[in-house]
Design a protein around this ligand. Structure first.
Ligand SMILES: Cc1ncc(COP(=O)(O)O)c(C=O)c1O
Length: 399
């Protein structure tokens, strides 16, 4: 066959693994902590193979399930190599610990996952790293923040929870002037919407816990980049113990086989939900890159193929009245509160109670996060069911 579609490639990714004969139709789980050898000379050869990624020794160093998933993620992101970590946070911290040292400077989006912000503010400042938070949609502000010692720009493509859109090619151009790295968290957008490496980013990170796993039953993360960068991150991940365990890795690999069916549908339904909410008089604002009046819309048009392939997340703002919000939440019959995202069932959460709970009301309002902000992760249900559920629940705001 001359060309095979990406969807089919993903189904057949990792059918063959180095040094292991797999003839089963599905991937087995290699829960073993070690692979054994029959002699010292075999052990020496085995360790050498482990070093080049052509064999396996100890579970933290290498594992066939991680190799299988890494191959699939590398293929999806169009990179050279990937690491599979125990969580998205494991992927983020291992990567930043590799490339930052005392005296370096990092610019990061002020609109990121709450604990990513904590890593910048609490962890790296403790080690003498200079940090600057910016509004990532404002390229003038990002440019002004650049210092001679700026090593990294870090952002999500569509950022949590206000959906700010990062101009990936422009950010890459800027940081490359400094010989620095652009690190992109592609969790919200997924490689089905955008492949940041093809737009100039150096490293792409995922919380695989979210859309790519999609079944809300595993914790994992990934880092994808050129092999020479992955080879630098790998020892740090080893030292910090961030490689993922085989079972979670296997779960994500299994789920990834249907990601081509799930994620595009979630993104398409999110765009429909965003447009429907924008027309509802009870809704004060809608944040989704497909909304024309939205601040990141023009950048989004450059980055994504169309409205239906941007992001499966939508945020919207309703009244701050607690009784009304609580009634709204009780009225919802399908959509339910869950402090996660990217699953096959539609969920929501309020950043004031979860990701941004540790900030003061003043700090949150400054960042645009009010008690009326609701963040929705759109699942794979027929969209009519989800629209109907929101429509009847929004009646709570009519009283
Ligand atoms: C955009 C984003 N990045 C990273 C993370 C951290 O991922 P994990 O919970 O897998 O450590 C999250 C968690 O929600 C997230 O939303």
């Amino acid at each position: 066959m001359s060309t095979i579609s990406k969807a089919t490639q993903l189904l057949y990714a990792s059918d063959q693994l180095p040094d292991i004969d797999i003839s089963s139709e599905s991937m087995p789980i290699f829960t073993t902590t070690a692979f054994t050898w029959n002699s010292i000379s075999e052990a020496i050869e085995g360790y050498a193979k482990t070093k080049t990624g052509d064999g396996y020794s100890y579970i933290r160093t290498n594992n066939p399930n991680r190799t299988a998933l890494a191959t699939a993620i590398t293929q999806l992101e169009g990179g050279e190599a990937s690491l599979i970590c125990a969580s998205g946070m494991g992927a983020i911290t291992s990567t930043l610990l590799t490339f930052l040292q005392s005296g370096d400077h990092i610019i990061y989006s002020n609109c990121c996952y709450g604990e990513t912000l904590d890593v910048m503010k609490q962890l790296f400042t403790k080690f003498g790293v200079e940090t600057t938070a910016v509004n990532i949609e404002n390229m003038d502000e990002v440019t002004a923040a650049l210092r001679p010692n700026t090593k990294i720009i870090y952002t999500e493509v569509v950022a949590n929870p206000l959906m700010k859109v990062a101009d990936v090619p422009a950010l890459a151009k800027l940081i490359h002037k400094n010989d620095g790295l652009l690190i992109i968290d592609n969790t919200f957008t997924t490689p089905f919407a955008i492949q940041p490496l093809s737009l100039g980013a150096d490293i792409v990170i995922h919380s695989l816990t979210k859309f790519l796993n999609g079944h809300s039953d595993a914790l994992a993360g990934s880092v994808t980049a050129k092999k020479e960068l992955i080879d630098q991150i790998n020892p740090v991940s080893m030292f910090c113990g961030t490689p993922a365990d085989p079972y979670s890795t296997w779960l994500v690999f299994r789920s990834l086989r249907t990601a081509f069916l799930r994620v595009p549908r979630q993104m398409q339904h999110a765009a429909i939900l965003a447009k429907t909410l924008a027309r509802d008089p009870r809704v004060q604002a809608v944040y989704h890159p497909s909304i024309e009046s939205f601040s990141g819309h023009e950048t989004a048009k450059k980055l994504f193929a169309n409205d239906a392939s941007m992001c499966g997340m939508v945020s919207f703002v309703v009244s701050e009245d607690f009784a009304q919000r609580d009634e709204f939440s009780r009225r919802l019959q399908l959509v339910h509160y869950a402090p996660t995202l990217g699953g096959v069932r539609t969920t929501y959460q309020q950043p004031v109670y979860s990701s941004h709970a540790h900030l003061s009301d003043e700090e949150r309002r400054k960042a645009g996060i009010t008690p009326g902000l609701i963040r929705v992760s759109v699942g794979i249900e027929p969209i009519e069911d989800i629209l109907a559920d929101f429509k009847q629940a929004l009646d709570a705001f009519d009283r």
